[in-house]
Design a protein around this ligand. Structure first.
Ligand code: FAD
Ligand code: NAD
Length: 477
């Protein structure tokens, strides 16, 4: 059957945070926009990523606090009766949040006049995409466009020795680990990165015995050791076992345990009723005709320039498909920019910072330069670096939140006091990412932050005090 053709100005493949934000902004700017999504609007982030994981983390924390109260261990003096967990209700509550947000995205797209097609897209060429229809008696639909935006996201990375589904469903990805129907008795997590530690901590708090196996010699290798220390202490306090510098060999012969090799080369068996493999995600580049475009690639990611243009004219790519950092807010910012470029505005993707937050207990934030990259910059440009930390142990709000551990760190040039980077570790510090991002984008100096009145008592006072300390003027330490 010959294909049926239709036209649109902008065609977007993928309705995750990158694709749907691009569609909203394009429609606002008067661009005729069609968005194709094969699974659910909201993509990885809303359906199987950021949102359900943070909901689970919140529920787990509430349960852990209730367990302390029921066990007579609450330092607040709160005592409660019998503790039970109705996990089905927890999961339904989590699904309700996901549903609210994804239906919200659908409503926004409709309100803005974006045409949304629920189907898998197959690229024919740089101007044509075919919609795969489930019904074999229907003619294939082809959409032609002036601009093609690729926002197909990423998928879980499997380990060859530990394929997903092995051991009669024991080996799982984050998608299944977000939706366990029962709390696993023994959960082994492979990979001490974002997903491994966020979900490993949540399931430990919900009652699982958790062991984390990491190939490198440290947890969260993306962050500096000092920043990770409070998280490592908290994991130990929660009773999570962390095995560093261990190599995964595969399942044991019975398929009931994970075999790992310790740093001395000894084989160790870790019994597990679930094994979460969280060793990274990779751009989704196969199975939808991307190879037909013969785009320049950067490893497994689609190569783009500072405007998210691929090597083919009027073909754009954003989000996880273009590689690290795999973060929803980066995808959204790129999507918004591409829509504006197509509308004829002048834009480049050169943010001063893409803040990263790890929702461990305690949380970690990193924005702008890291200590290592700031040192390298200082060396290359011949300036001295100022670095100052303010501990939450000296912050009233942190103490009243029972969270004295952690600190805020600021990095700045010694010559003109321009702030180069921020790090923080502590309870609820994810919310400080807004202040950090803003100060970096606005080109703030230490004085700008130090002389801003910060409300009392807040964690934000530690941000101000870090700057005061860098200036030699700390008041509360
Ligand atoms: P995706 O969100 O992956 O969306 C791509 C969409 O394209 C998908 O819906 C897919 O179905 C669709 N698609 C693909 N191919 C086709 C095709 N051929 N036809 C039609 N549709 C197609 N990031 C954060 O910033 N903060 C967090 O707290 C965070 N937590 C996370 C927790 C977990 C467990 C996971 C897995 C990820 C987390 N992330 C987090 C990462 C974040 O989810 C991604 O960076 C983000 O979703 C990327 O957005 P995207 O639009 O590029 O791709
Ligand atoms: P990750 O890159 O954060 O961590 C993977 C970890 O697995 C690393 O520590 C790595 O050394 C380890 N590893 C790799 N191979 C291994 C092996 N064979 N054996 C043992 N350990 C091994 O990846 P992730 O946790 O899977 O998350 C994927 C992506 O999702 C991240 O890049 C992140 O950007 C995104 N994400 C973000 C958030 C957030 O922003 N809070 C939360 C979850 C996921």
């Amino acid at each position: 059957m010959p294909p049926v053709y239709s036209q649109t100005q902008l065609l977007i493949i993928g309705g995750g945070p990158g694709g749907y934000v691009a569609a909203l902004r394009a429609a606002q700017l008067g661009i005729q926009t069609t968005l194709i999504e094969g699974a659910q609007l909201g993509g990885t982030c809303l359906n199987i990523g950021c949102i359900p994981s943070k909901a689970l983390i919140h529920a787990a924390e509430a349960y852990a606090q209730a367990a302390e109260q029921a066990g007579g261990r609450s330092v607040l003096g709160i005592r409660s009766g019998e503790l039970t967990l109705d996990l089905a209700t927890t999961q339904a509550w989590k699904a309700g949040i996901v549903n609210k947000l994804t239906t919200g995205v659908a409503a926004l797209l409709k309100k803005h006049g974006v045409k949304v097609i629920q189907a898998w897209a197959e690229i024919v060429d740089g101007k044509t995409v075919e919609i795969r229809s489930a019904a074999s008696d229907q003619a294939p639909q082809r959409i032609q466009c002036a601009h093609l935006l690729l926002a197909a996201g990423s998928q879980e990375q499997a380990l060859p020795s530990l394929p997903f589904g092995a051991g009669q469903g024991r080996v799982v990805s984050s998608t299944e680990a977000l939706s366990f129907a029962e709390v696993p008795r023994e959960l082994v997590v492979v990979g001490a990165g974002y997903i491994g530690l966020e979900l490993g901590t949540a399931w430990r708090k919900l009652g699982a015995q958790v062991t984390v196996v990491e190939a490198q010699d440290r947890l969260l290798p993306a962050y500096d050791a000092e920043l990770v220390r409070p998280v490592a202490q908290s994991l130990a306090g929660l009773g999570i076992k962390t095995l560093l510098s261990h190599r995964v060999e595969g399942l044991n012969a019975e398929g009931t345990a994970l075999s790992v090799r310790d740093p001395q080369g000894q084989l160790v068996e870790l019994p597990a009723d679930k094994i979460l493999v969280a060793v990274g995600r990779r751009p989704r580049i196969e199975g939808w005709g991307l190879e037909r475009l013969m785009l320049d690639m950067a490893g497994r990611a689609v190569r783009v320039d500072a405007q998210c243009r691929t090597s083919m004219k009027d073909v754009w790519a954003i989000g996880d498909l273009v590689g690290e950092p795999l973060l929803a807010h980066r995808a959204m910012a790129q999507g918004e920019m591409v829509a504006e470029l197509i509308a004829g505005k002048k834009r480049r993707f050169e943010p001063s910072s893409i803040p990263a937050v790890c929702f461990t207990d305690p949380e970690i934030v990193q924005a702008g330069h890291t200590p290592a990259s700031a040192e390298a910059l200082a060396l290359a440009q011949g300036f001295k670096l100022l670095q100052a930390q303010f501990p939450f142990a000296a912050n009233g709000r942190a103490l009243s939140l029972e969270s004295p551990e952690g600190f805020v760190r600021v990095l700045a040039r010694a010559d003109n006091h321009l702030i180069l980077g921020w790090q923080a570790v502590g309870a609820a510090v994810s919310e400080l990412s807004a202040a950090f991002g803003l100060s970096l984008e606005m080109g703030a100096t230490l004085e700008d932050v130090a002389h801003t009145i910060h409300a009392h008592p807040t964690l934000g006072e530690a941000v101000q005090e870090a700057c005061l300390r860098a200036l030699g003027q700390a008041l509360h330490i």
